[in-house]
Design a protein around this ligand. Sequence first.
Ligand SMILES: [Fe+2]
Length: 362
Amino acid sequence: MSPTFEPLPFPPSLEASRFQEFGREVKGIHPRDILTDPESFRKMEDALYRHGILLFRGFTLTPEEQYDIVKAFDTSAEQYGHGNDHEKATKTVLHSYLNTIPRVPQVQVIGHGTVRNHEGLEEVKLKHGHHKTFHRTQIPLEDEEKFGATRFFRWHMDAALYNFDPPKVTALYGIRVPQGPEQVVWYGDGSGDELAVPLGTTAFVSGKTMFDILPDEWKSFAVRARARYAPHPFEWIRNAKAVSTGFGIVSEGLETPFTELSPWEEQKRKTYPFLWKNPVTGNLHFQVHPMTITDIFVDPLPSHITERKGKYPEGGHIADLKEIRAILHEMQRPGIAPNLVYPHPWYVLDLSSVGGNSGGAN
Ligand SMILES: [Fe+2]
């Protein structure tokens, strides 16, 4: 039977006209069967580039298969995207994501609460970040209880941004799903924006839409700009606090000085263009991690353009964190507006393959 690709059921909050190509549920094939059927795999790879997220619902999968599926899309994937040196990683803001399945260290167990006898792990206490541990301001406890108010914890793309290049594909597999009433995300930035979300959601935005909705002058800037990231970026921000939307860091000098980080090498730092070009659709997608960036390099407008106007027409190097964060806020905040966020409702045995760094928050 050949696979079919069906649109995801979107919540009413989502501006469906902008998301016609975003996300598909794959039916008619077990995800593991793409490993042995080249024709199905080819269709799957094409669909992942076209739609950003593929959902397989209701299939059981071993950690080995989960890793093999990622590897099928990205043959260079040898390890977890942040590496497997967990001793080092305990110094970072990612330490709660580092419960490795012993047989398949490329797969991590994430969640909240105690898990026993899971794939060779006798007992692990999972702790999911709560915004009160990471945001500069907090929602009062009584509002959390009364309104189910919550926040996006940390918007990101899946990437180590030091030493390792970003993965092409991430596979998330839902095993247990919290049950309970919806929560409501309060953006808390004076916009009045809020978004109803299912419990334990992963929220996705489209890097393509984030770029598409930019005014022309910022589009011109984006095609000319590159982002450089800090050495050990998640160690660098370990004491810093996030803004209330979970999309960026408050500039108050709490980043760890480079001289106090674990030993690092300049050539292992990463610099990436603001945009990547989708090889299947030709579309441009935004891909900047707003929390860990330290520099923006902008090329000048091409010399044949006589009207030298817009943003940084002669190019430049921006190294002031406040300025960088203000620029990114202007470019990226519109892309996480409530009508542009897809909060995925997890079901047991959901496998979501996320390609090409659509941004996510949890
Ligand atoms: Fe992620």
